[in-house]
Design a protein around this ligand. Structure first.
Ligand code: CP
Length: 309
């Protein structure tokens, strides 16, 4: 492995990372993926380190893979969910963070509905903070695992044409992917109804269109996003049926795509809305590979932050 260049206290976003830092994490993830293929799926790298996973929003993939990654690296890990924590009694996020810090963890992994929550915590605690998704802002480890999956499928990121389809406006996954993919030389087109495309999104170095066919024709990768209904103040599309008809990846729209296109989705999927079951479970889908790769990428991030001192 080449020299690791990621030497930060926290992983809060991909916007501020250099392409060399991103490559460095992906390279380490490639090595660590092999740990999960062994009979004994454990290395002693983080033995004696403590990680607290603080999830203030629902999660299946991110939470399970962080916890498993911590166990595979031999860290001591505990999980706190907002629904059963003292935030229910009115404790603020900063008070929660300071009280958890009193238990002397080395790393805090946090998911929160407020954009900027991870940054706020990182400013007040000496532990490393990993953003596991903050509101509509960023989901850096999802972005990294998506890049890892594209690299695995297509051999590289540079020059790959990626179409990101759906609720770009509310998607932290879209933002993290856009920052990282453009830094590594991918050509990105975002697509969705006009109400789901942020004004001026092109300034991030992407093309934008409301026409699904235009977005997916010639794309090497098509990434569908979940409709973030919990973040939409009102329904910004007439109905789910109309959304599915115009923007769903299905038997009709896959005809417009290259035969070797790779279909991605960060999950959870609204089947029959963003992606039909036929496509989600079909030969072009790498949706479950994304989940597998999430474990390797999160091991890499934990490894780097857990060994900084
Ligand atoms: N992709 C993702 O963040 O999934 P979860 O919400 O299940 O963690």
């Amino acid at each position: 492995m080449s020299d690791v260049v990621f030497r930060r206290k926290d992983l809060l976003d991909l916007q501020s990372l250099s392409s060399a830092e991103i490559r460095s994490i992906l390279e380490l993830a490639t090595s660590l993926k092999q740990v999960s293929a062994r009979a004994i799926k454990k290395v002693p790298t983080l033995k004696g380190r403590t990680v607290i996973n603080l999830f203030c929003e629902p999660s299946t993939r991110t939470r399970a893979s962080f916890e498993l990654a911590e166990k595979r690296l031999s860290a001591d890990a505990i999980n706190i969910q907002a629904s059963s924590s003292s935030t229910q009694k009115g404790e603020t996020l900063l008070d929660t963070a300071k009280n958890l810090m009193a238990l002397q963890p080395d790393i805090i992994v946090i998911r929160h509905s407020a954009s900027g929550a991870a940054h706020l915590v990182a400013e007040v605690v000496p532990a490393s903070v990993i953003n596991a998704g903050d509101g509509c802002h960023e989901h850096p480890t999802q972005g990294l695992l998506d890049l890892f999956t594209i690299q695995e499928q297509k051999g590289s990121i540079a020059g790959v044409r990626v179409a990101i389809v759906g609720d770009i406006m509310h998607s932290r996954v879209a933002r993290s992917n856009i920052y990282a993919l453009t830094k590594l030389g991918a050509r990105v087109t975002v697509c969705g109804p006009a109400t789901m495309l942020p004004v001026g999104i092109e300034t991030l170095g992407v093309a934008a269109t409301t026409d699904l066919r235009e977005a997916v024709e010639g794309a090497d990768v098509v990434m569908a996003l979940r409709l973030q209904l919990e973040r939409q103040k009102t329904l910004i599309f007439p109905s789910l049926r109309e959304y599915a008809a115009q923007y769903g990846l299905n038997r009709q729209s896959i005809r417009w795509m290259k035969s070797d296109v790779v279909i991605m989705h960060p999950g959870p999927i609204n089947r029959g809305v963003e992606v039909s079951s036929e496509i989600a479970d079909g030969p072009q889908s790498v949706i479950l590979d994304q989940v597998t790769n999430g474990l390797a990428v999160r091991m890499a991030v934990l490894y780097l932050l857990g060994n900084r001192s």
